[in-house]
Design a protein around this ligand. Structure first.
Ligand code: AMP
Ligand code: MG
Length: 486
């Protein structure tokens, strides 16, 4: 037998459990062909987790399947319908305008193509995604995962020279996304606001059955579901805020019912600390500014609660389910900030210290990731540049540091520099890093993209071969404008 005759087994899918919800939930359709597809990037780590044969993932069969030119065995592609509030306004029916759910893996993970052509929900758009935004989504999905921040995953990106018109003419790409479910708050809003309450109940039962089974035993399972989603969303937001992540388009159709980060568009990691920073160039009112994100998440949970009202025994129960958000978020954030400072426990004194620090960072616009990593390395004694050099107002820094040291001195066993090194990443996917990988990828050079992915998969390690990846953004980076167009 020749080597080529031993075919590596392909990824086999089964129709997703979502498909069993019935035709009111989706339209079945095949992806549009993608001319002359080529590989842009693949995540070997996710492939391993999914049990995908690495030889097959490198094959032309896989390239055709993830480009949308062939169907994986067992798949039954569909575009789902949802609705949502966009920028605070009811937007009516939306849906997977350029995404297709292919099916699910034996391990219960849904596999979705994004950018795979027109669907009945494409509205005025073209059903495609551009290479630039596809690379950003691919890299950040895996970066967030490595930071232990709940997220949809990305298995690979396939490119094509097919022209796609945005502000300028770009080229098309398809991202393969993976998650236990892509159900959004907007799915619930869709069936609720259109009066399809049997479908609303079927959807809620599906989500409870698969993802929140403990809710079944509750006195009011749907209020319990809302409570669980509130909890996960609060924790997610605490993680975003602590790491300095901005989503950019927190519409209810971009909110995962599993509390995952979903639909990466104009996202950004904080550079110089500016609580009011707006990363989405199209967000002129600053609705989704960094410091607004927790309040927006709460607002979105209220929209979800409103949608679930037909199933919940009374408005009071819905309000009671969402009400813990502020405390859950506050506690989760306090725990995160304490860990960033190396404290095992979040006490009021640690909280006051963290607040004073954030106020100082905001006043000085101190580079957020660099500050935290330098502090971690300084406390751990592993070298690096002095933290103090980051500040213009050195007296203010010295005063804060003194308080910090005093607090550590009260209970040295409650402080761990190692925890700081494992909590404050050396590398995050800043806009300029993504831009560099994109620029090279446009020239069909994917080496930087793959190297960057490798570093982002180990964000708490130092990457001495690439000091610039952990360094300050270059001057040109401040001119990068990321709009909603993707
Ligand atoms: P977003 O806020 O980018 O997640 O997208 C909002 C809505 O627009 C969703 O229903 C998307 O499926 C849809 N959409 C965005 N871009 C496109 C596109 N190029 N083609 C079709 N639908 C799109
Ligand atoms: Mg979206």
């Amino acid at each position: 037998m020749t080597e080529s005759a031993i075919a590596a087994p392909p990824l086999r899918l089964a129709p997703s459990a979502f498909a069993r919800l019935g035709p009111r939930f989706f339209t079945a359709l095949a992806p549009a062909p993608l001319p002359a597809p080529y590989w842009v990037g693949r995540s070997a780590a996710l492939a391993r987790e999914m049990g995908i044969d690495p030889d097959w993932l490198g094959s032309d069969d896989a390239l055709q399947a993830f480009g949308g030119n062939a169907l994986l065995p067992g798949s039954a592609p569909l575009a789902s319908v949802y609705s949502g509030h966009q920028f605070g306004v009811w937007a009516g029916q939306l849906g997977d305008g350029r995404a297709l759910l292919l099916g699910e893996t034996p391990g219960g993970l849904e596999v979705q193509l994004k950018g795979s052509g027109l669907t009945p929900y494409s509205r005025m758009a073209d059903g495609r995604a551009v290479l630039r935004s596809s690379i950003r989504e691919f890299l950040v999905s895996e970066a967030m995962q490595a930071l232990s921040i709940p997220t949809t995953r990305a298995l690979c990106v396939v490119g094509s020279d097919l022209p796609v018109r945005r502000e300028t003419v770009e080229t098309a790409a398809v991202v393969t996304r993976v998650a236990p479910s892509f159900i959004r708050f907007g799915h619930f809003e869709h069936f609720s606001h259109s009066g399809q309450h049997a479908e609303l109940k079927a959807l809620a039962d599906h989500v409870i059955e698969r993802f929140y089974p403990a809710c079944r035993a509750a006195a009011d399972p749907y209020a319990a579901l809302l409570g669980q989603v509130t909890e996960r969303t609060a924790r997610l937001l605490a993680q975003w805020q602590a790491v300095g992540f901005m989503h950019g388009v927190m519409n209810t159709d971009n909110m995962s019912i599993l509390g995952l980060t979903i639909d990466y568009g104009p996202f950004q990691f904080m550079d110089g600390f500016d609580p009011g920073h707006v990363c989405n160039h199209s967000d002129s009112s600053g609705r989704y500014a960094f410091d607004q994100q927790p309040a927006v998440a709460h607002w979105n949970l209220c929209a979800l609660g409103q949608a679930l009202l037909p199933l919940i025994g009374g408005r009071e129960r819905a309000i009671a389910a969402i009400e813990p958000f502020a405390d859950l978020y506050g506690d989760a954030l306090a725990a995160r900030m304490a860990a960033k400072l190396g404290f095992a426990r979040a006490t009021p004194a640690v909280g006051a210290l963290a607040d004073a620090l954030l106020a100082l960072l905001a006043r000085e616009r101190t580079d957020y990731p660099i500050f935290w990593r330098r502090l971690a390395r300084q406390m751990a004694g592993t070298g690096g540049e002095p933290v103090r050099d980051l500040f213009v107002d050195r007296a203010a820094w010295d005063a804060w540091l003194l308080q910090y040291q005093e607090l550590i001195g009260h209970d040295p066993s409650g402080h761990s520099p190692d925890l700081m090194l494992k909590t404050n990443p050396a590398i995050v996917l800043r806009n300029h890093l993504a831009e560099q990988a994109i620029a090279r990828a446009k020239l069909k050079d994917f080496g930087l993209l793959q190297d960057l992915l490798g570093a982002l998969e180990r964000p708490f390690d130092e990457h001495p071969a690439h000091p610039d990846w952990a360094g300050f953004p270059p001057d040109w980076a401040s001119h990068i404008q990321i709009s909603c167009s993707s």
